[in-house]
Design a binder for this molecule. Structure first.
Ligand code: GLN
Length: 232
């Protein structure tokens, strides 16, 4: 599986979020600490953020994050109050191409998926997917249904494919939404904002683990967490 990260708060640079933390996405691309599926995340990376005008901007690649000196050079000046980033470990059989790297977007939301899903088990959706990768097909379904129904959609997909792992992370500039369904997620409430991440990027004692099968919402009013349907 992959590793993802979301930020909502005061503007931070994508270098601060992805490259500088001692166990951030850069280190997670070759030495993740909590990854249960896959050893490293070398099949691509991506970052999306909302600019000052609220426009979603994306930079995605099909090469390892650790080899991208140009991104490392520019990342310190890319700043935003809402960021969704990921490093990718491709599921067997899935294409390796920039459009298969998260975040996916419908221009309103940026969305990442950690996990895998049987594409044949997904309900049909009219919206074209950005890639044939399972995550892009799932993203198209989620965009089609609307992010306000994210919890319902994940419950439905989880019932249709009991083997699926469905950790979603999405941001729209003023909110982050995330699900846990088979993989890890942690939350850090910092002084200047909130981080959601597949695993803690440092040893700050304020990190909290999100239980499995939960929906997390981060907004200006704080962090809310509810159990998803079907949770024992
Ligand atoms: N299944 C997705 C892919 O192939 C995500 C994989 C993952 O979470 N490692 O990219």
């Amino acid at each position: 599986m992959c590793r993802h990260l979301g930020w909502l708060g005061q503007p931070r640079s994508v270098a601060e979020l992805m490259l500088e933390p001692p166990y951030g996405l850069l280190v997670q691309s070759y030495a993740p600490r909590r990854q249960k599926h896959g050893l490293l995340n070398a099949d691509g990376w991506g970052v999306g953020f909302f600019d000052d005008a609220g426009v979603a901007r994306r930079w995605r690649s099909a090469t390892p994050l650790w080899g991208d000196a140009s991104f490392a050079s520019v990342a310190p000046v890319l700043r935003s109050g809402c960021v969704v980033a990921a490093v990718r470990s491709a599921t067997i059989g899935m294409p390796i191409e920039p459009s298969a790297s998260a975040p996916f977007s419908d221009d309103r939301w940026l969305l990442s998926h950690n996990g895998r899903v049987d594409r044949a088990a997904l309900p049909a959706s009219d919206r074209p997917a950005e890639s044939t990768v399972d995550s892009a097909v799932l993203a198209a379904l989620i965009f089609d249904r609307g992010l306000d129904r994210l919890g319902d959609t994940i419950g439905e997909v989880g019932a249709a494919d009991p083997e699926a792992r469905l950790n979603i992370l999405a941001g729209n500039g003023s909110r982050l939404l995330a699900t846990t369904w088979g993989d890890t997620l942690s939350v850090l409430s910092a002084d200047d904002g909130v981080v959601l991440a597949s695993e803690p990027y440092d040893d700050d004692p304020r990190w909290r683990d999100v239980p499995d099968r939960h929906l997390v919402e981060v907004s200006a009013t704080g962090v809310d967490m509810v159990a998803l349907e079907g949770t024992a």
